[in-house]
Design a protein around this ligand. Structure first.
Ligand code: UDX
Length: 430
């Protein structure tokens, strides 16, 4: 099929590339001309494992191409995916101006049937607004359908999540739209759930909000464990063995970040408010997450006493492993707080240092973890990159000025480190 993917960001670029990998002809569109220029040269603007190989393979096979001309892409495509950004406004509401703009252009340009599919994470009833926007401008009375096809991609495993999803959700209003999307997703071995458009839109926000709730729940339990002398890893293990709970997303840590959970939570709370419901539970999920980040600074202060003038080594800046993304990463708030207290920061992250430099140009960026340790008064882990799990902890101890570790992602076993002579603090650990 011929697909126009409007928006070549974390979602659009991965989704468009994967659709081309399935044999479709995909035109990725973005209004960022520089980004399109780079993509045409095979330069990928984001770090996503496996993406560059897939982009190069499908560009070479002429199934995948890039343009900043949205009109051209709409004209030549049967299916148009709207994958533009829906960033949060000041009040937490999703900014849908780009979605409206794209919908208007589609209406103005189309000369034959089009299936317009909402891929971006959008508030419920956005599909209705897309349809209304196109109808008003569709002076030629061209036949079209609108559908919702939310994505469930995790950064760092987005390609795998696309090709091997737990489920595919399609919100449709016509048999024609349903059969087109069935055909498109035929090569993927996963259950396809067909719903109305509104339900599909809510499934996305509800899923992300539930996952964030699970994380804040275990983070709250970690506080109880610290006060009761229990071990949150054991508690999570015991809970997770119950199939109704499951062990995924039960890892206590420094809090959740990324451009999805925080943004989707605030959007969903706002959506509920507009529908006359005060989603208190989700506001508490947000609150617990903020406190979890503050809790890491508190642990550092409890170990170091006076912070001013001290040097702290930070390992891990990205919001999670296997990504260079630092949006809403706990590291940003935590480093900001430490700098305010007069702390000197040394940091290392395998992928996210370039992006962090734009926010914190004055901290010391190191070439590896050991350089961070050298001369630091304490070492703080904020992202559980695999390479940190294999550190030579004896070498770390020798390099640190004082053998203090605050393990914000429970990477290490407390007993092992204490036997080596570390003063070790985890999250909810005995
Ligand atoms: C999430 C959803 O998982 C995905 O389905 C949706 O499409 C987009 O949002 P993503 O934000 O990429 O994906 O990352 P995810 O793996 O969900 O982690 C989000 C945050 O939660 C990270 O900061 C991670 O460190 C944190 N997290 C995750 C925990 O603190 N504990 C956990 O057990 C799991």
């Amino acid at each position: 099929m011929k697909i126009a993917m409007i928006g070549a960001g974390y979602v659009g670029l991965v989704t468009g590339t994967c659709f081309s990998e399935l044999g479709n002809c995909v035109l990725c569109v973005d209004n960022d001309v520089e980004k399109i220029k780079k993509l045409k040269k095979g330069i990928i603007p984001i770090y996503e494992p496996g993406l560059d190989e897939l982009v190069h393979k499908n560009t070479k096979a002429k199934r995948l191409s890039f343009t900043s001309e949205i009109e051209e892409a709409v004209q030549v495509s049967d299916i148009i995916f709207i994958a533009v950004g829906t960033p949060p406004k000041e009040n937490g509401e999703a900014d849908l101006s780009s979605v409206e703009k794209v919908s208007s252009i589609i209406a103005d340009v189309m000369t034959e049937y089009k299936l317009v599919v909402g891929k971006s994470t959008v508030p419920v009833n956005t599909g209705k607004w897309i349809k209304r926007t196109i109808n008003i401008r569709n002076t030629k009375g061209i036949d079209f359908d609108v559908a919702s096809n939310p994505e469930f991609l995790r950064e760092g495993s987005a390609i795998n999540d696309f090709l091997y999803p737990d489920r595919i959700v399609i919100g449709v209003e016509s048999e024609r739209a349903k059969s087109i999307l069935y055909e498109l997703y035929k090569p993927i071995d996963a259950p396809i759930l067909v719903t109305d458009i509104e339900s599909a839109e809510i499934i996305k926000h509800a899923s992300n909000s539930f996952l964030a709730t699970k994380i804040s729940f275990i983070n709250a339990i970690s506080i109880l464990c610290e006060r009761a002398g229990a071990d949150v890893k054991k508690v999570a293990e015991g809970m997770g063995l119950d199939k109704r709970i499951g062990s995924d997303f039960l890892n206590a840590g420094a809090g959740f970040g990324g451009f999805c959970f925080p943004k989707d939570l605030s959007a969903f709370i706002k959506i509920a408010e507009d529908l006359g419901y005060d989603f208190r539970l989700l506001r508490e999920v947000e609150q617990i997450n903020e406190e979890q980040k503050k809790g890491i600074v508190k642990k550092i202060r409890e170990n170091l006493w006076n912070l001013r003038g001290k040097t702290i080594g930070i390992l891990g800046l990205s919001f999670k492993p296997n990504t260079d993304d630092i949006r809403y990463a706990p590291s940003i708030d935590i480093i900001g707080e430490l700098i305010k207290e007069g702390v000197r920061i040394k940091a290392y992250d395998p992928k996210a240092m370039e992006r962090t430099k734009k926010i914190f140009p004055n901290i010391t960026y190191c070439k590896d973890a050991y350089e961070v340790c050298d001369g630091s008064d304490a070492l703080v882990f904020l992202t559980e990159w695999d390479e940190f799990k294999n550190l030579d902890v004896k070498k770390v101890k020798d390099l640190l000025k004082t053998p203090i570790i605050v393990d914000g992602r429970n990477i290490f076993d407390p007993e092992t480190l204490k036997e080596i002579g570390f003063v070790y603090t985890g999250v909810g650990r005995k």
